[in-house]
Ligand binder design. Structure first.
Ligand SMILES: Nc1ccn([C@@H]2O[C@H](COP(=O)(O)OP(=O)(O)OP(=O)(O)O)[C@@H](O)[C@H]2O)c(=O)n1
Ligand SMILES: C[C@](O)(CO)[C@H](O)COP(=O)(O)O
Length: 229
């Protein structure tokens, strides 16, 4: 059984608006509820710790009725601080060497098949694993004037997603090491890589999107409507 840390303390600056994007309503539920429901669809998920912004007045708690716990804690000013707070808030029953999932509150369309594949293959890896998708577009580096400076090689480039699966103590130490070195990691795997570790890439679905902008929200609404047909 695996616990999940859900970093949910972001402000959604790129999305805009007053309401943090994890609380935007889609099909009558906030995005974070969709993300939690996708996680709890897997029977191997034992519970979740949600790292909230200090003073978050929007969190109303969440349950799927299974009795599995969803615990709230206070995150931090960076993703890494929020994930560290979530790791610290895990119950004592979660051993130091236990695998823990980290999943963005803003990734509501996680497929059960992808979560199952990550758990199955990640648990067999000595380090852990992340969901990701191979880059299939040509990549351009932009100049200050908006023109193309270069085409970047795309061979063996992947776009990281979440969930990401790592052992509790190893991830905590990796995140603490990055912070001590003044490095702000953008995902948990980056902290592990800095220590010379090589997490496994597990291919996920392209539609496991992170809602960052209004266009992403519209895409998720479309995906939900299509699923309902
Ligand atoms: N200090 C932070 C920053 C981000 N997150 C969480 O990390 C996930 C992915 O981050 P992102 O999509 O960047 O969310 P925001 O930081 O809210 O977006 P923005 O960068 O546009 O403000 C989100 O669930 C967000 O709530 C967090 O828990 N703590
Ligand atoms: C963790 C992540 O979703 C993997 O792609 C991404 O790095 C989060 O980045 P953000 O800037 O915090 O949204």
């Amino acid at each position: 059984m695996t616990w999940v840390v859900v970093p949910a303390a972001g402000r959604g600056v790129r999305f805009g608006g007053e309401l943090p994007k994890q609380y935007l309503q889609v099909a009558g539920e906030p995005l974070i509820a969709h993300s939690l429901r996708a996680l709890f669809a897997h029977p191997g998920v034992k519970g979740a710790v949600v790292a909230l912004a200090a003073g978050d007045a929007h969190w109303q708690g969440w349950s799927d009725g299974s009795g599995r716990p969803v615990i709230a804690c206070i995150g931090g000013g960076t993703r890494a601080e929020s994930v560290l707070a979530g790791l610290a808030a895990l119950p004592d029953e979660v051993r130091a060497d236990a695998f823990v999932l980290v999943h963005d509150a803003a990734r509501p369309n996680l497929r059960l098949s992808d979560l199952s594949a990550l758990l199955e293959r990640g648990r067999e890896d000595p380090v852990g694993a992340i969901l990701a998708t191979p880059v299939r577009d040509t990549l351009k580096r932009a100049g200050d004037d908006g023109g193309i400076d270069a085409t970047e090689p795309r061979e063996r480039l992947w776009r990281a997603q979440t969930p990401q699966l790592f052992r509790r103590l190893q991830l905590r130490r990796a995140l603490e090491a990055a912070a001590a070195d003044g490095v702000e990691v953008t995902d948990e795997a980056m902290a592990m890589e800095r220590l010379g570790l090589r997490p496994l890439l597990v291919e996920g679905a392209e539609d496991n999107l992170k809602v960052t902008t209004p266009a992403d929200l519209a895409y998720f609404e479309f995906l939900l409507e299509r699923r309902a047909r």
